[in-house]
Design a protein around this ligand. Structure first.
Ligand SMILES: [Zn+2]
Length: 416
């Protein structure tokens, strides 16, 4: 099988003819449908024999056409820690080097059928995500649609590299922007928005308590000021929170999404459901960290406590009716393997269709994009064809045969 890349924007209509179409509107895929694309929009979804057009026809036999996939928690500026530890990536690698790698990561992501990412922090690479987003939008490099947050905001001394691990006069470069007090958090939000942030990302807790315990870092007053300022500027807020107290403060402060949530209690997930705060469970990063640092071997050792916590949070969130999107925290594990998060969601109890919805229609709603996440007339033409039927076997999601983003064919792997 050989890959073929087609970079040009369509000037004529394109008619995609897969074996079946899953639009994200109904349970099962339907056979005998074709999708007509005009410019960067879906012009029609019709029975193959009904659509009459002089469009360029792309036949995709044996495939299921689905909406472009979304991962709402990525880090394009990181790569796996078993190759280079996080501290070394942040402290020793220049922004130019990290951006060059991020360009490659963006391509790998799109090749895997993920056409939209909410990239939650450059981790010390400044505002480079804004420039990468621009280069992708202008067509200089291939990549998914990006929603970016720039540097992310942490309480002073409550992130990494941790100063206690270095000479006190060395003052290591931090992986996010530090702020303390109402004035500083407000200034940080305004500064990041001015630099091009689409969302604001904050860290509500971190491993800076006694003995490395995870503790809430920002006060409720700081969080409220931060969220209010972001919302005034039209930016939703994503909150990293592992502890129940960190999550609880975020809920009270009115954030829009909570990331990780491993140690959240049922009461906190219930509050999230009531306030319609979405949850991104990041199940895959729990597995990856367990492999790197806790001796976990898939299929050989039992799940670690970190993995059990993530699975438990996922279960509680589902039982309490929290909106759950697809957010994997890719970066610590290889770009282009985002689909592992869907495998985990199915393994932990979602149907294949629910997991696919989490990564399409539900995630589109979380990021407030009302013309993404479905295959419908007038929606953006972000379309992916995979071999087989992922609503029956989620493994099919890894067999990407064709990718279109914004009406442009990016990848078409022919049958051998
Ligand atoms: Zn993350």
């Amino acid at each position: 099988m050989r890959g073929r890349h087609i970079e040009s924007q369509s000037v004529t209509d394109i008619l995609l003819r897969p074996a079946r179409v899953w639009t994200a509107d109904f349970e099962a895929p339907r056979e005998g449908l074709a999708v007509l694309v005009r410019g960067n929009r879906i012009a029609a979804v019709e029975r193959t024999d009904v659509i009459r057009s002089d469009a360029k026809v792309i036949d995709l036999p044996d495939t299921t056409l689905i909406p472009g996939l979304m991962d709402l928690h990525s880090h394009l500026f990181l790569y796996p820690y078993n190759i280079t530890p996080w501290d070394d990536q942040v402290l020793k690698e220049s922004e130019a080097y990290r951006t060059a790698r991020a360009v490659q990561h963006a391509r790998q992501t799109l090749e895997a059928g993920f056409t939209t990412l909410r990239d939650l922090g450059t981790e010390g690479a400044g505002y480079a995500d804004v420039s990468l987003k621009r280069a992708i939008e202008e067509g200089h490099v291939p990549g998914p649609r990006l929603l970016v947050v720039t540097r992310a905001i942490v309480a002073t001394g409550a992130y990494a590299p941790q100063r206690k691990n270095y000479r006190p006069d060395c003052c290591p470069h931090q992986g996010a922007e530090e702020a303390s007090g109402i004035d500083e958090v407000v200034r940080a939000v305004r500064h990041q928005c001015a630099h091009g942030a689409d969302w604001i990302k904050l860290y509500a807790d971190y491993r800076v308590g006694p003995g490395g315990a995870t503790v809430a870092t920002f006060s409720l007053e700081e969080l409220k000021a931060l969220v209010t300022t972001a919302h005034d500027l039209g930016r939703p807020v994503a909150a990293h929170a592992m502890s129940d107290e960190g999550m609880r403060r975020c809920v009270l402060a009115g954030v829009d999404t909570i990331e990780h949530g491993c140690n959240g209690t049922r009461e906190t997930f219930r509050m999230m459901a009531e306030k319609k705060i979405a949850f991104l469970p990041t199940l895959t990063v729990a597995e990856a960290m367990s492999e790197y640092f806790l001796g976990y071997v898939a299929g050989k050792t039992p799940p670690t406590a970190r993995m059990e916590d993530a699975a438990n949070a996922f279960r509680l969130a589902r039982e309490e009716g929290v909106v759950i999107g697809c957010g994997s925290d890719v970066g610590p594990f290889p770009h282009g393997t985002n689909m592992r998060e869907l495998h985990w969601m199915v393994k932990l109890g979602m149907s294949e269709r629910q997991a696919l919805a989490a990564a399409t229609s539900v995630s589109a709603a979380i990021i407030r994009k009302d013309d993404l996440g479905h295959i419908r007339t007038n929606y953006m033409a972000d379309l992916v064809a995979v071999d087989g039927d992922p609503t029956h076997d989620i493994a099919a999601i890894g067999k990407v045969r064709y990718v279109m983003k914004n009406g442009t064919s990016f990848l078409h792997r022919q049958h051998p």
